[in-house]
Design a binder for this molecule. Sequence first.
Ligand SMILES: *Cc1c(COP(=O)(O)O)cnc(C)c1O
Length: 403
Amino acid sequence: MSRLPEDYIAAEHRLGAHNYKPIDVVIEKGEGVWLTDVEGKRYLDCLAAYSAVNQGHCHPRILKAMTDQAARLTLTSRAFRNDQLAGFYEDLARLTGAHKILPMNSGAEAVESAVKAVRKWGYEVRGVPENKAEIIVCANNFHGRTLGIVGFSTDPTARTGFGPFAPGFRVVPFGDARAFEDAITDNTVAFLAEPIQGEAGILIPPAGYFATVRELCTRHGITLILDEIQTGLGRTGKLLAEEHEGIEADVTLVGKALSGGFYPVSAVLSNSEVLGVLNPGEHGSTFGGNPLACAVARMALKVLVEEGMMENAETQGARFRTGLSAIRSNAVREVRGRGLMIAVELHEDAGGARAVCESLREEGVLAKDTHDHTIRIAPPLVITADEVDWALERFDKVLTRLG
Ligand SMILES: *Cc1c(COP(=O)(O)O)cnc(C)c1O
């Protein structure tokens, strides 16, 4: 049965909730950095499913780990033990230095889990009065879509109409260590931030910001929670983006590329204290830590390291940014990024990032607009120099046409 792209789009429109506005390309196949639509047209993927596909589409070694494990055992629930969880813990701990790990599924679940654990830590270890724990978060944050999380979002689209929200969060500007310090009270248990704000438009904080934040957290007994769900696992050219800042978080959240895009797998990585407060029955997930997820995640981490993807992100990221900066277009205001997490910000009179992404799609490049005037570029970390150059030619064509 062959259907036209319009047929898929019409069915989605009729039956699906309209909570997304996708670029109208209907993909049926992916391999490495390349995607093919239902009419056989090929595209270079410059989004990588918001960095969930860092290892490239349908990576053969992850695929094999998944199908082998799926044929053996997929789910026991945590009512029983399975033979994959211990290895998943060991691999993650060795790579990241975490002392305790909580396996979950989606990124938002990892964030929610960290909030729960750190509140309990605040009461039991820090002696904060019951129900008074405060967590400081940043303006323009993106940590997911659950009620708890959108309650401390500052994006009206994410929040409006969904209240009432849970108390216990304070918002400070991102990148302003002084504002963070001023917001600290005796009841502050944690500071939660993204090392680079992704959904906000790839915003990199001023040099030294996180070093100061780390120092303040240590001095005031505050748990530093870094959401590395998008920045982590090689995206910025390092395993974790915190390495660029020369710091270590107390709690780190990973997801997305933890499975190479095959399956939702997330985790809370913690020092022993924070996750140490959780007792049997106090938290859980039917699918969290299931053997299929563990097998997939172990291979996703293995290929990331063994196939040099982090180093490649650094090298090709620099090539991509240099190439973008060299494009002579009056439409471009700024090119910024780290590794293969790149933003091209357009001038406000350039007609908008969405229109540029539509033009890029015509040329065979799939990228995503964010916040009206920013184009986000985040291809799988397996991209080659030739493929970067191929993409740059398309960016050059589309951006120079704008002026
Ligand atoms: C994607 C993302 C999340 C949420 O992950 P989901 O798997 O979509 O729930 C949280 N934080 C950051 C920084 C993200 O990019």
